[in-house]
Design a protein around this ligand. Structure first.
Ligand SMILES: NC(=O)C1=CN([C@@H]2O[C@H](COP(=O)(O)OP(=O)(O)OC[C@H]3O[C@@H](n4cnc5c(N)ncnc54)[C@H](OP(=O)(O)O)[C@@H]3O)[C@@H](O)[C@H]2O)C=CC1
Ligand SMILES: Cc1cn([C@H]2C[C@H](O)[C@@H](COP(=O)(O)OP(=O)(O)O[C@H]3O[C@@H](C)C(=O)[C@@H](O)[C@H]3O)O2)c(=O)[nH]c1=O
Length: 283
C-alpha cells in the first residue's frame, strides 16, 4: 500500500510518519512539496504519487488568527481536503481526515457523540467542519477522526507553552470553565494505525467509514491541564483559575468539548486516560 501523508512536520503528522510505516510505503510531504493553499499543486502531487491512501493531518490550526484570515483557513481546512478526496476518488483510494472538538458549540451537558449536531463558534471550527463534509460527500472509503487539545513534546502546543511560561513566571492565570480532553499526538497516530490495519484487513467494508471521536479518556479544564503539567515538571508556579471572560480571545472557545470515544473503543482497545498519557509523554 502506498500512503500519501501531508503535514509531516506537524505534531500529529510527525508521529504518523513513524506509526504508518507498518502499513506500507509512506510518502510524506510538507508545505514545501505540497502547499495546501495551492489547490492545483495539491492535485498534481496526488496524481504524481498515485497513493492507495491519503492521510491528511495538515491544517490551519491557529484558532485566533483564523478569524482574520478566513479565506486562507477555508482553503487549507476545507477546499484542500475536498480536492484530496476528489483525487482519491479518481484513484480508488481511501482517505483519513482529522478534525476537531471545536466543531461543537460546547452547550451540551455530557460528552459529545458522533451523532450530535455540530455548530462551530469560530472560523477554524467552521472550516474544519466543511472539510469533514467534503470528504464524506466524495463517497470514498474514509475515516474522519475528531480529536482535541493535542499536545506532544514537539511543535506548538499548550503543554510546551505552559512549561515555558511556568518557568518564566511566578503565577499563571488559566481558564477553568472550558472542559475537554488533552490528547497526546502519539495516541492519535498509534490509534490511526490500528484503525487502518483493521479497515485494510476487512477491505474497507462499509462499516469502517465514518466519523470517530478520538480523544483521551477523562476530562479536565485548561487550568486542570496546567496544574498537571506544572506538577509533573515539579515547577514552583502558582496556578490561578479564571473564567473565559477574564481571558478575552479573538475566537470564542466551546465551554464543553468533551467527546465520547465509545464508538471507537467498540472497535479497538480503550484509549488511555488523559492524565496517564500526559505522565508518559512528559517522562
Ligand atoms: N493542535 C490541536 O490542538 C488539535 C488539532 N486537531 C486537528 O488535528 C490535525 C493535526 O493537528 P496538529 O498536528 O496538532 O497541527 P499542527 O499545527 O502541529 O501541524 C499542522 C501541520 O499542517 C501544516 N500546514 C499548515 N498549513 C499548510 C499549508 N498551507 N500547506 C501544507 N501544510 C500546511 C503545517 O506545516 P508547517 O509546519 O509548514 O506550518 C504542519 O505540518 C489537524 O487537522 C487539526 O485540525 C484537532 C484537535 C486539536
Ligand atoms: C496561554 C494561556 C491560555 N489560556 C487559555 C486560552 C484558551 O481559552 C485556552 C486554550 O489555549 P490555546 O489558545 O493555546 O488553545 P487553542 O488554540 O484554543 O487549542 C485548540 O487548538 C485547536 C487547533 C483545536 O483543534 C482544539 O482542540 C484546541 O486544542 O487556554 C489561559 O487561560 N492562560 C494562558 O496563559
Amino acid at each position: 500500500m502506498k500512503i500519501l501523508l501531508t503535514g509531516a512536520s506537524g505534531q500529529v503528522g510527525y508521529e504518523l510518519e513513524r506509526a504508518l510505516q507498518s502499513l506500507g510505503e509512506v510518502v510524506a510531504v510538507d508545505r514545501a512539496r505540497m502547499d495546501l493553499a495551492d489547490l492545483q499543486q495539491v492535485r498534481s502531487v496526488v496524481r504524481e504519487v498515485r497513493p492507495n491512501l491519503i492521510v491528511n493531518p495538515a491544517a490551519y490550526t491557529a484558532v485566533d488568527k483564523a478569524e482574520s484570515e478566513p479565506t486562507l483557513a477555508r482553503t487549507i481546512n476545507a477546499l484542500a481536503p475536498a480536492v484530496l478526496a476528489e483525487e482519491a476518488k479518481a484513484l480508488g483510494a481511501a482517505m483519513v481526515q482529522y478534525s476537531t472538538d471545536y466543531v461543537f458549540d460546547g452547550t451540551k451537558v455530557g460528552a459529545y457523540l458522533e451523532t450530535d449536531e455540530p455548530n462551530p463558534l469560530g472560523v477554524y471550527g467552521k472550516t474544519k467542519l466543511e472539510g469533514e463534509q467534503a470528504v464524506v460527500a466524495a463517497g470514498i472509503p474514509h475515516l474522519i477522526l475528531r480529536t482535541s487539545w493535542v499536545y506532544g513534546m514537539r511543535g506548538k502546543n499548550f503543554l510546551l507553552t505552559m512549561l515555558r511560561l511556568a518557568r518564566e513566571r511566578d503565577e499563571l492565570r488559566v481558564v477553568d470553565d472550558q472542559h475537554g480532553a488533552p490528547t497526546w499526538s502519539r495516541t492519535i497516530a498509534d490509534t490511526t494505525a490500528l484503525l487502518l490495519a483493521q479497515a485494510k484487513q476487512d477491505d474497507w467494508s462499509d462499516s469502517h467509514s465514518g466519523i470517530y471521536h478520538l480523544s483521551a479518556r477523562g476530562q479536565t479544564t485548561w487550568c486542570g491541564f496546567t496544574r498537571a503539567i506544572v506538577e509533573n515538571a515539579s515547577l514552583d508556579c502558582r496556578i490561578v483559575p479564571i473564567t473565559s471572560a477574564e481571558y478575552p480571545m479573538a475566537a470564542p472557545r466551546p465551554g464543553n468539548s468533551v467527546m465520547s470515544a465509545a464508538k471507537l473503543t467498540e472497535q479497538l482497545a480503550v484509549l488511555p486516560d488523559w492524565r496517564k498519557a500526559l505522565d508518559l509523554c512528559m517522562r
